[in-house]
Design a protein around this ligand. Structure first.
Ligand SMILES: *Cc1c(COP(=O)(O)O)cnc(C)c1O
Length: 455
């Protein structure tokens, strides 16, 4: 499998792509072709485990750069810290409504499903190269803790995570800042997540010039994360064995893009509902074909408080018929003017139908309450965005809809308590969180200030 960039025609291999962040031209990596899963492949995967699917999907995108033995070790070690034997259990919410629980990893959000396998993959690859690893990430709350859990304690590894000061939940912050590891540095940036992401991207570009270290982005600009997220759509699609729709709570558009990739590979996802909170850049672009930069609003679902979704660039490239020059030009314009528009016939270029919806805080609270009354389940405020959008979808036809549950409710006790009048039970990994000591630096939202803080 060969890889190219969204902004220039490149020819790179899998190992190079997963062990970096941005392509040298500032674009994002994508494979040059999409492997297909036949109905016989899907039927075979239907009776296998989550780990079987993870290995199968990984091997399709890596070709002979990673051996079957390596994939076996990667899947086994990556899933060892999960707290549910099914890894990604699927539950019924109503006659045509389902919920895929993606919060059984070590840090209780779906970020573990991408980052745990990514860290094991890199461990296998660095067994061959021996370089130092510098890991950089911007987080709106969950990527930071998932990256730290996946990479801390690994030899020759340094981790720097930027989060927006005061804009992540106290549980999310403590999951990052209470890890006792000298190799981990947390920076609370006095700005928004979009500021964190912008500065992380600039640092990534600077640091990538160092030859003696691999500089890795743990954001969903990293291809490996998207690839491993595709695995849960393949696993779920194989088990469903019939056409269905998905409703995805979206911020940076990594999770939803993984669903589109799975559909391209032959998974029977026929309709995609892109659900956003009040930060509606994605719902605007998919409703009107264009969007202008808006200010970030602080909501009850902070992991989705994003107005510049980084993976839109990958989608745009695909909708442009893989025209890198055109995509580069549109991204330049977007960087200066804030304006981005999709090509005219974009819907025809997708492997599924798509609709988008923006859900406000009041509706998040009422959805948590209604879901509890009707199904006895406590859902988190991000999941609530998807569940509401699934109920009110206009174009899902007669399809069954699977809402993606991206976080455990105990990560957001304040919001759940407002909706239900009581806080959700605290699972074992969070029990001593408020007794542990925190460590983080508060830094101004400029590249210079962050560079100095990192040293
Ligand atoms: C990261 C995150 C999202 C958004 O996912 P994207 O891939 O950035 O669209 C949604 N919910 C939770 C809980 C998250 O942590």
């Amino acid at each position: 499998m060969r890889y190219t960039s969204t902004r220039a025609d490149l020819d790179c291999g899998f190992s190079q792509v997963v062990a970096s962040g941005l392509a040298p031209d500032g674009g994002l990596y994508l494979p040059t072709e999409w492997p297909r899963l036949s109905s016989a492949d899907l039927a075979a995967l239907a009776s296998g485990s989550y780990g079987d699917t993870l290995q199968h999907v990984g091997a399709l995108f890596a070709d002979d750069e990673v051996s079957a033995d390596s994939w076996g070790r990667i899947a086994e070690k990556a899933l060892a810290g999960f707290r549910h034997p099914a890894i990604a259990p699927l539950n019924q919410l109503g006659p045509k409504q389902w919920l895929l629980e993606l919060y059984h990893g070590p840090t209780l959000s779906f970020k573990d499903y991408g980052l745990q396998p990514l860290s094991q993959l890199l461990a296998e690859l660095s067994a061959h190269s021996g370089k130092k690893l510098f890991i950089l990430g911007a987080t709106s709350g969950d990527t930071g803790s998932a990256a730290i859990a996946a990479f801390s304690g690994k030899p020759n590894t340094r981790i720097v995570i930027l989060h927006p000061d005061g804009r992540v939940s106290p549980v999310q912050r403590r999951q990052m800042t209470t890890i006792d590891d000298e190799g981990v540095q947390n920076i609370a940036l006095k700005g928004s997540f979009d500021d964190c992401q912008r500065i992380a991207k600039a640092l990534l570009a600077e640091r990538s010039a160092h030859k003696d270290q691999s500089v890795l982005s743990v954001n969903s600009i990293n291809w490996g994360r998207l690839l491993f997220q595709t695995a849960y759509y393949v696993h779920m699609g194989a088990r469903m064995g019939r056409p269905f729709a998905v409703s995805v709570p979206s911020g940076n558009f990594g999770n939803a893009l993984s669903a589109i990739i799975a559909a391209k590979m032959g998974v029977p996802i026929k309709h995609l509902i892109v659900a956003t909170n009040a930060n509606d850049a994605l719902s605007r672009i998919f409703s009107t074909g264009e969007t202008d930069r808006g200010d970030v609003r602080h909501t009850l679902s902070p992991a989705m408080d994003i107005q510049i979704p980084s993976n839109l660039e990958r989608l745009l490239y695909l909708l442009n018929g893989c025209d890198a020059a055109r995509t580069a030009q549109q991204m330049e314009t977007a960087a200066t003017s804030g304006h981005l528009s999709l090509p005219e016939k974009w819907r025809e270029a997708l492997p599924l139908t798509l609709e988008a919806m923006s859900v406000d805080d009041e509706t998040i609270l009422s959805t948590i309450a209604e879901t509890y009354v009707k199904t006895d389940r406590i859902i988190d405020p991000h999941t609530a965005v998807a569940v509401h959008a699934a109920h009110y979808a206009k174009h899902a036809r007669e399809l069954e809809i699977i809402s993606i549950s991206t976080a455990h409710p105990a990560k957001f006790p304040e919001a759940v308590e407002r909706a239900l009048g009581f806080a959700p039970p605290v699972p074992a990994p969070l029990r001593d969180l408020f007794e542990r000591e925190e460590r983080f630096d508060v830094v101004a939202p400029t590249l210079d200030a962050v560079r100095t803080a990192i040293g």
